[in-house]
Design a binder for this molecule. Structure first.
Ligand code: FAD
Length: 442
C-alpha cells in the first residue's frame, strides 16, 4: 500500500513534492531560537512528513484539497524568518513552502500587486527603479517574503510614518481556503484583519496588493547623545516633526551600540546612539534638532549609497537582538509598548530595577495614527521564571508586553482574535491549517 506522502508526490511530481529528510528538517524550522523558551520547546520537534513547493495557485489548491481529503495538517512557509515558531509544523503533515511563487505581477501608481513569495527587498528595488517605494518592511527584508510579512509580521522600517500592517498597508489579498474544493477569495477592506498576522491559520495568501509611496532619497545617520534619555527625547521630537520625512528613528542605550561590530569605528563609546533614516534634504534640520538635545550626528551615509553599503536598519528592530546574541549568546528580547506621556518615568523604573539585565532600544512608530514609543528590550536571559517576572513587572508599571516567547496567536499580544476564529471555522472546517497556533472552539 502506498504511503500518503508518496501519493501526494505522485499527484504533483518530484519537482514539487519532496520527501527528502534534510529538506523536510530545514523547512520545518524558523528563527524561534531567538527565544530560549521556544528553543527549549521546539528544538527536538519532528519535521513535517512532506514538503510541497508549488509554483502557482492551481498547485496550492491541489495540495490543500489533498490535505483536506486525507486529514493532514498544512503549515505554510515563506522564507521562515519568523521568530515565534509560527512556521513550525507542530503536528507534522505538510509544509507548504511558497517561496517559488515570486512573481511581481504589476507595479502601478501607488500600488504593487505581488505573488506571495516575492522578497520585500526585490519589490522595493523594482519599485524604486520606477520612482516609487514600499511603505513598511521588516529588518529581514532581504530574505522575507511579502506573504510571510503580511501573515506573520507586524511592522518595521517605515512604520514611523505609515504605521504597521493594520494601518492600511495591505490593500487586497487573494486567499485560498482549506476545504474539499478550496475556494479562492478576493479580500479587501475590514475583512483583511482576519488574515493579517494570522500565521496561515485562517487561509493561504497567494497574492497581495500593497500600497507604494513616491520614492524618497534616504540619508542614513547615527546620532549620538551623552545619555539615553536625551536620545529618546530627540527621537520623540523628530517623530513629531512633520516637515521631515523619515523611515527610521531607533534610539539605543549603551552598551547596545557596542554590539554593532561593522560600525565599531564610527560609534563613540559610552554614548547612546539613534539609528536614523530621513529625506536627504532634511540633513541640516536633523542636525540642528540633535544639537538641541545635546547630541550630534556622527556617522552619515549619503543617499547615493542607500542599499549599496551596510545600512543602519540592519541594526534595528529585531536585528538589534541578532547583534546582541552575536556578542553574548545568552541574550534574548521582549516586545514592548511604552506610554507616550510617561515613557521616561517607565524607563527609569525599569533601569532602577534591572540595570544592565534589561537593555533598551526604542523604535518610534505611528500606530492607528498616534505616536507610540515601542521598544524591543534586549534581556540577559537567566531563567524562564526570571523572564516572566520581568514581563510582569513591565505590565505592573504600564509597559505593554507583546510576548515573543509563544507561538500561540492569542497569547502574543496581537489583541482580539475573535473575528479570526469565526473565519477559521468557515475556511478551515477540519482545523488543519497550522494547528496549535490559534486557540479556538471548533
Ligand atoms: P515566514 O517566517 O515564512 O512565515 C511567517 C508566518 O506566516 C508563519 O506562521 C507562516 O505559516 C505564515 N505564512 C507565510 N507565508 C504565508 C502565506 N503566503 N499565506 C499564509 N500564511 C503564510 N518582523 C517584523 O514584523 N518586523 C521586523 O522588523 C522584524 N525584524 C526581524 C529581525 C530578525 C533578525 C529576525 C530573525 C526576524 C524579524 N522579524 C521582523 C520577523 C520576520 O522576519 C518577519 O515578520 C518576516 O516578514 C517574515 O517573513 P517570512 O517570509 O520569513 O515569513
Amino acid at each position: 500500500q502506498m504511503s500518503w506522502e508518496k501519493e501526494l508526490q505522485d499527484l504533483l511530481g518530484e519537482e514539487i513534492v519532496s520527501l527528502d529528510g534534510e529538506i523536510r528538517e530545514k523547512l520545518s524550522k524558523d528563527y524561534y531560537w531567538y527565544s530560549p523558551v521556544l528553543d527549549r520547546q521546539l528544538k527536538g520537534m519532528k519535521a513535517a512528513d512532506v514538503v510541497a513547493l508549488p509554483r502557482n495557485e492551481a498547485e496550492v489548491a491541489e495540495v490543500l484539497a489533498f490535505g483536506y481529503r486525507s486529514g493532514k495538517p498544512v503549515t505554510v512557509r515563506g522564507a521562515g524568518t519568523g521568530n515565534y515558531g509560527q512556521a513550525v509544523p507542530l503536528q507534522g503533515g505538510i509544509v507548504l513552502d511558497l517561496s517559488r511563487m515570486d512573481e511581481i505581477f504589476e507595479i502601478g501608481p501607488g500600488y504593487a500587486r505581488l505573488q506571495c513569495g516575492v522578497r520585500l527587498a526585490t519589490i522595493d528595488k523594482k519599485a524604486r527603479e520606477l520612482g516609487q517605494e514600499i511603505h513598511i518592511y521588516p529588518s529581514t527584508y532581504v530574505k522575507a517574503t511579502v506573504g510571510g510579512f503580511v501573515s506573520g509580521g507586524s511592522g518595521g522600517i517605515g512604520s514611523i510614518t505609515y504605521g504597521n500592517l493594520w494601518d492600511g498597508n495591505v490593500l487586497e489579498a487573494v486567499i485560498y481556503t482549506m476545504e474539499e474544493k478550496p475556494r479562492r477569495l478576493v479580500v479587501n477592506g475590514d475583512d483583511l484583519f482576519n488574515y493579517i498576522h494570522n500565521y496561515g491559520t485562517t487561509g493561504i495568501l497567494t497574492e497581495v496588493t500593497i500600497p507604494l509611496a513616491t520614492r524618497t532619497e534616504w540619508t542614513q545617520a547615527i546620532a549620538q547623545f551623552d545619555n539615553f534619555e536625551q536620545s529618546l527625547l530627540f527621537g520623540e521630537a523628530l517623530a513629531r516633526e512633520e516637515s521631515i520625512r523619515k523611515r527610521l528613528i531607533a534610539p539605543m542605550e549603551w552598551p547596545i551600540p557596542s554590539y554593532f561590530i561593522p560600525f565599531g569605528k564610527v560609534i563613540k563609546a559610552n554614548m547612546a546612539a539613534v539609528m536614523l533614516e530621513f529625506a536627504e534634504e532634511s540633513l541640516a534640520q536633523v542636525e540642528v534638532l540633535a544639537g538641541r538635545f545635546g547630541g550630534h550626528l556622527g556617522h552619515v551615509i549619503e543617499s547615493e549609497k542607500y542599499r549599496k553599503t551596510v545600512g543602519v536598519s540592519d541594526f534595528t528592530w529585531n536585528h538589534t537582538t541578532l547583534w546582541a546574541m552575536k556578542t553574548d549568546p545568552a541574550m534574548t528580547y521582549l516586545q514592548a509598548g511604552f506610554k507616550l506621556d510617561s515613557y521616561l518615568e517607565q524607563v527609569r523604573m525599569l533601569k532602577d530595577k534591572y540595570g544592565d539585565e534589561v537593555l533598551l532600544h526604542f523604535e518610534w512608530v505611528r500606530g492607528g495614527g498616534v505616536l507610540i514609543p515601542s521598544a524591543l528590550p534586549v534581556v540577559r536571559f537567566q531563567s524562564e521564571e526570571r523572564l516572566y517576572e520581568i514581563i510582569h513587572y513591565c505590565e505592573s508599571i504600564g509597559v505593554r508586553i507583546f510576548d515573543p516567547h509563544t507561538w500561540v496567536l492569542d497569547h502574543g499580544g496581537r489583541g482580539e482574535v475573535g473575528g479570526m476564529e469565526r473565519k477559521k471555522r468557515q475556511n478551515d472546517p477540519k482545523g488543519l491549517l497550522n494547528p496549535g497556533k490559534i486557540i479556538y472552539e471548533m
